[in-house]
Write a protein that binds this ligand. Structure first.
Ligand code: G3H
Length: 487
């Protein structure tokens, strides 16, 4: 519950992606430590959340919506005071540029305000009565119980709060585990949690997921699992729950979003959006473009323009003005991307841009890899980094086949100036993914839009309003108009 006390347990050392020069060469800088909960402590946090929920009788789940909103407003005011501290940690802990870190913080605050507005609206609707067949009903939204909330490293604040805040404001109690890369930046918010909510309502647990999470799931006391992260982890966690049919899962998972650039595309626009879509935050967005299909007739020109556009991007430390490529927080990532590139080369592709794929301790220079085919890792694996696999195609049917065969189903972008061609593609594509973007990159926002996916890419739907629905149940109080219930 945000309580801070001296720690005599295990401690994790946080190593920044930002490197410093040492006599031994470049090394990632140590920026802090945080305590690691043991399994026992995580179970105690679970007990606190269960007690605060008290089978739906607790202070928080029975509190009026207006009062819960007041608590969340107080919390929002407190976190705004911490903006500069959190922004600084976003830069140092996950290597996000200053501009993107500020954007992430502001987007989070806007999301909370929008959630409050949406809840007021839902509440107004539920104060209305409906009469059907002699029965008067008041439809309410009731909480679900104890929520285990886990966010991702790439948007440790924003993506976490888009599940944490709706779960909280609907009257659930929470266990919140920040991502491994992106834990320290939640420190400045702990006091705000502690001071804004009743004891046991929000329980932050720091620790190794594989140590502390299995016990929580096996306890059967988690009613909702919400995770923005990997499909594999989500599946493993769900399986641990003894009554999985009683577990609600709200998940944002792996994606391999494709861009389809047809023979009728505006190539300059396609290049501009491909650069943004593939390389914003170094390609570490679940919504990033992770494979590009280009009509063979435009391939040479596209590769030339794309290489030139990538060459203009500024590399540097997160606080450098105008920087768009920054160090990668996951220590294993440079080696993994190198392996993907080497695999593509072994199967006949080339890196077509100067310095493409060059690495040092934590930077990776974007690599444009061409021609990619189905024998390569880059064709199916979610690289989640600055590598742009490009596949030439002759017939649009090949791109639809790719999406049908894919295990992912989040989004796709089409680039074409031929409206008839675009119109004919929309239906086949929208049945494979959950969002088709026309002449623009893939993205989650605006946050009022539904955010979900098919196949292994998601479970449940998020958006400001959908999230309120996802973390609650529609319940009703029904009164039959008879002699006993004279109104
Ligand atoms: O990593 C996934 C995020 O939801 C991406 O959000 O598309 O607004 O950058 P964004």
């Amino acid at each position: 519950n945000g309580a801070m006390h001296p720690w005599d347990g295990e401690v994790h050392t946080v190593v920044s992606p930002v490197c410093i020069k040492t006599p031994e060469g470049l090394q990632r800088k140590v920026i802090g430590t945080y305590p690691l909960c043991s399994e026992k402590e995580a179970m105690e946090a679970l007990d606190a959340a269960v007690a605060a929920y008290d089978n739906g009788r607790g202070e928080w789940p029975t509190m009026s919506v207006a009062d819960r909103i007041t608590h969340v407003e107080k919390f929002t005011g407190r976190i705004i005071e911490k903006k500069q501290e959190v922004v600084k940690l976003l830069m140092w802990e996950i290597g996000k540029s200053y501009a993107d870190s500020v954007k992430e913080f502001d987007r989070t605050v806007e999301y909370i305000h929008a959630t409050i507005d949406a809840l007021k609206d839902l509440d107004r609707q539920s104060s209305r009565f409906t009469i059907e067949q002699g029965i008067v009903a008041q439809v309410r939204r009731s909480p679900l119980g104890v929520v285990l909330c886990m966010g991702p490293f790439n948007y440790p604040l924003n993506e976490t709060f888009t599940t944490l805040i709706p779960a909280l404001i609907m009257g659930n109690t929470l266990l919140f585990k920040p991502p491994k890369h992106g834990t320290l930046l939640h420190y400045p918010l702990l006091e705000a949690f502690r001071d804004s909510f009743p004891k046991g309502v929000v329980n932050t647990i720091y620790g190794r997921g594989n140590v502390i999470i299995p016990g929580l799931m096996k306890s059967g006391k988690i009613n909702v699992l919400t995770l923005i992260g990997s499909s594999k982890v989500a599946n493993e966690l769900k399986k641990l729950h003894p009554k999985v049919n009683r577990l609600r899962a709200i998940l944002g998972l792996d994606a391999k979003n494709a861009a389809i650039i047809t023979a009728h595309a505006d190539l300059e626009l396609a290049v501009q959006e491909t650069v943004l879509g593939s390389l914003s935050f170094n390609g570490q967005r679940c919504t990033a473009l992770k494979i590009i299909f280009i009509h063979r007739s435009l391939a040479d020109e596209f590769l030339k323009l794309l290489s030139a556009a990538v060459a203009k991007l500024k590399f540097g430390m997160p606080w450098v003005e105008g920087v768009s490529l920054t160090p990668l927080p996951e220590p294993h990532k440079p080696a993994y991307l190198k392996e993907c590139i080497e695999d593509a080369i072994a199967h006949g592709a080339s890196v077509i841009n100067k310095h493409g794929g060059a690495t040092n301790e934590s930077f990776v220079y974007p690599a444009i890899v061409y021609p990619v085919n189905k024998n390569m890792k880059l064709y199916t694996e979610e690289q989640f980094g600055p590598v742009i696999p490009i596949v030439p195609f002759d017939d649009l049917e090949e791109t639809i086949e790719y999406l049908i065969e894919s295990t992912h189903g989040q989004q796709v972008s089409i680039f074409s100036n031929d409206h008839v061609e675009v119109a004919a593609l929309i239906d086949p594509l929208i049945n494979q993914v959950s969002r088709v973007n026309i002449n623009c990159q893939c993205q989650r926002g605006p946050d009022a839009f539904p955010f979900t996916g098919r196949k292994d890419s998601a479970e449940g739907t998020l958006s400001v309003v959908d999230a309120l629905r996802s973390f609650s149940i529609r319940s009703l109080v029904a009164t039959k108009l008879n002699d006993a219930n004279k109104l």
